[in-house]
Design a binder for this molecule. Structure first.
Ligand code: SF4
Ligand code: SF4
Length: 205
C-alpha cells in the first residue's frame, strides 16, 4: 500500500466521521432547518427510545416540539415538507401517517440559535454529509455537492483498488503485502467502508 492509497483511505474514513469541518459561514441563518426537523422513526418509537435513555430520541421527545400535523408544518416550511415527503415516498414501506415534523423553540426570529453553545449533537453535525436533506436553497448546497463528488470519487478509488488486488491475487487466502490481511479480509474491509453509501447509489458509481 503506497502513501497515496493510505491518504485516500484516510480521507474516505473522515467522510464517515461527523466531526468533519463544515464551513459554518455558508449558513445564511434562514432558520428553516430548525423548523422542519424530521426522522425516519415514528413518534411512538422515539418515545420508547427516549425512555431507554437514547439521546438521539430524547431531543425529539423533549427538546424539539412536534407540529400537530403535517399541514401545520407545511404552513411554515412548505418546500422542505414537500421535499422530505417526496424523498421518503421512494421507500416501498412509506406511510405518511407515520411521519412527524418538529420545530425547535430555540431558533430566534433572525434564524439564529439561542442555545448555540449547548445545542444538541444532531445540530452540531448538520448537514452530516452531501445527501442530508437540507431545505432547498440552503447555503450548504454547493458544499454538499462537493461532498457528494468527493465521496463518489473515493468509492470509485476503492473499487478500482479492490479490482487490481483481485486481478493480481487469484487465491482469497493470499496475504496482500503492506496490508497484513488476506485478499478475503481486505475485500470485506473495503466493502464495509462503502456499504453505508449503497442507499445513495454507490453500486453504480
Ligand atoms: S437551512 Fe441551511 S442556510 Fe438555513 S439555517 Fe439551516 S443550515 Fe443555515
Ligand atoms: S438547538 Fe439551535 S441549531 Fe438546533 S434546532 Fe434549535 S435553534 Fe436550530
Amino acid at each position: 500500500m503506497d502513501q497515496g492509497q493510505t491518504n485516500e483511505f484516510e480521507n474516505f474514513d473522515k467522510q464517515f466521521k461527523e466531526t468533519v469541518n463544515r464551513p459554518q459561514a455558508l449558513c445564511d441563518t434562514c432558520g428553516r432547518c430548525c423548523k422542519s426537523i424530521t426522522t425516519s422513526r415514528t413518534h411512538e418509537e422515539l418515545e420508547q427510545m427516549a425512555k431507554e435513555g437514547k439521546e438521539e430520541a430524547w431531543v425529539f421527545v423533549e427538546f424539539f416540539k412536534r407540529y400537530p400535523s403535517i399541514d401545520e408544518a407545511r404552513k411554515v416550511v412548505p418546500e422542505q415538507v414537500e421535499q422530505v415527503i417526496r424523498e421518503l415516498s421512494l421507500n416501498k414501506d412509506f406511510d405518511i401517517n407515520k411521519i412527524s415534523f418538529y420545530y425547535c423553540p430555540h431558533v430566534t426570529k433572525d434564524g439564529l440559535c439561542s442555545v448555540y453553545e449547548t445545542r444538541p449533537y444532531c445540530c452540531r453535525v448538520a448537514p452530516r454529509h452531501g445527501w442530508s436533506l437540507m431545505p432547498p436553497g440552503c447555503g450548504f448546497e454547493g458544499w454538499q455537492f462537493e461532498e457528494r463528488e468527493k465521496t463518489k470519487s473515493s468509492v470509485r478509488y476503492i473499487k478500482e483498488y479492490l479490482q487490481r488486488i483481485e486481478s493480481i491475487y487469484s487465491n482469497d487466502d493470499d496475504i496482500v503485502p503492506g496490508q497484513n490481511l488476506t485478499v478475503k479480509e481486505l475485500r470485506e474491509k473495503l466493502l464495509k467502508k462503502i456499504e453505508p453509501w449503497e442507499k445513495y447509489g454507490s453500486l453504480f458509481w
